[in-house]
Design a protein around this ligand. Structure first.
Ligand SMILES: Nc1ncnc2c1ncn2[C@@H]1O[C@H](COP(=O)(O)OP(=O)(O)OP(=O)(O)O)[C@@H](O)[C@H]1O
Ligand SMILES: [Mg+2]
Length: 318
């Protein structure tokens, strides 16, 4: 068992630069290697922009907004608000020509993007559609869906979306279609979030606030992932030796390696603070001296480690 959750859709969230994309790619790879049919999604506004997710996975840049295979069992997609809004309006209004014409009008587009959560709705609608797709044998096209969410604010907006949308659209065909999709996201048995953070004081504080935000939105967070834990150069050395070194790092005049030890001590303090403030399961991923796509490949091995292995502090795999 590599995980303590069973939800089909996982939102990987956290502040900018903490490793959401790297760990989304790693998680998607790990699940695909275990034989699940996996979709990994990123969110973007422009099909022509480079894709950090595809880069992390080592694939070629997608040409369009479609789903593209990247590795065995693993396909990737870029969800874009505009494409999703178009699909949403087409499906709900069923007058394709009118919708296309309307969306071409800048004034209407401006109006729609200013509407609360309309961009998130576009993104999510695309996601629902993909999650609803079935193979000829009746099984879902994608068994697991990983979403690399762009930023904390966005993730919370998604969590709040159901209420906002249902308030905007009380009934009728749009309400029905939306409700079906949003039910997936609101269902703790089907959708959950993973909060990614770094072992530093401020990111830890921010992740605690994010977890609280999710709690208020009744969006389940299944695990907190602490990424880029510094390597412990004395891993596996006798305890007495490590204690002596730790003491030396605080008392002796600066010596070679003192910074490394201090950084490690700060990271361990930050991790301790996190443990004290949440009862969620915490997983720690080491700092790797690797770059894409070797980075996500190495991290996917860590993601796939069993619960028992998790007790062992990470290291050595670099
Ligand atoms: N465990 C790790 N070890 C070493 N480098 C890492 C690790 N995780 C991520 N990185 C590097 O840190 C940088 C940021 O990672 P990533 O792009 O995954 O973060 P992000 O949260 O998706 O950022 P953004 O908010 O900008 O989308 C990248 O250069 C990535 O290669
Ligand atoms: Mg990213």
């Amino acid at each position: 068992m590599m995980q303590s959750w069973s939800q089909r859709a996982l939102m990987v969230t956290g502040k900018g630069g903490v490793g959401k994309t790297s760990l989304s790619a790693a998680l998607a790879r790990a699940l695909a290697e275990q034989g699940h049919r996996v979709l990994v999604a990123e969110v973007g506004s422009d099909a022509d922009e480079p894709s950090p997710l595809i880069r992390a996975l080592g694939g070629k840049r997608p040409r369009d907004s479609g789903v593209r295979p990247v590795l065995p069992n693993l396909e990737a997609v870029r969800l874009m608000p505009y494409a999703g809004q178009q699909a949403f309006l087409r499906d709900t209004l069923r007058v394709k020509l009118l919708v296309d014409a309307a969306l071409r009008l800048a004034a209407i587009r401006r109006f729609l993007s200013a509407a609360p959560a309309f961009n998130e709705l576009g993104v999510l609608y695309q996601l629902f559609q993909l999650m609803r797709e079935r193979r000829p044998d009746g099984h879902p096209r994608f068994e697991r869906v990983i979403v690399d969410t762009p930023a904390t604010g966005h993730a919370l907006a998604i969590a709040q979306l159901p209420d906002i949308v249902l308030r905007l659209i009380p009934g009728g065909p749009i309400g029905t279609v939306t409700r079906e999709g949003l039910a997936i996201l609101r269902d703790p048995a089907q959708t959950a979030s993973i909060v990614v953070t770094l072992p530093e004081a401020l990111p830890i504080t921010e992740s605690i606030e994010l977890i609280e935000g999710f709690r208020q939105n009744k969006t389940p967070v299944v695990e907190v992932w602490v990424n880029r834990m510094p390597l412990n150069p004395f891993e596996g050395r006798p305890e007495a030796e490590r204690a002596a070194l730790a003491l030396a790092a605080t008392q002796a005049p600066p010596f070679w390696g003192a910074q490394t030890l201090q950084r490690l001590a700060r990271a361990q303090d930050a991790l301790g603070a996190l443990r004290a403030q949440t009862s969620l399961p915490i997983r720690v991923f080491p700092e790797k001296l690797l770059e894409d796509p070797a980075l996500s490949a190495a991290l996917s091995k860590d993601v796939a480690k069993s619960d028992d292995d998790r007790a062992v502090p990470p290291s050595k795999t670099n």
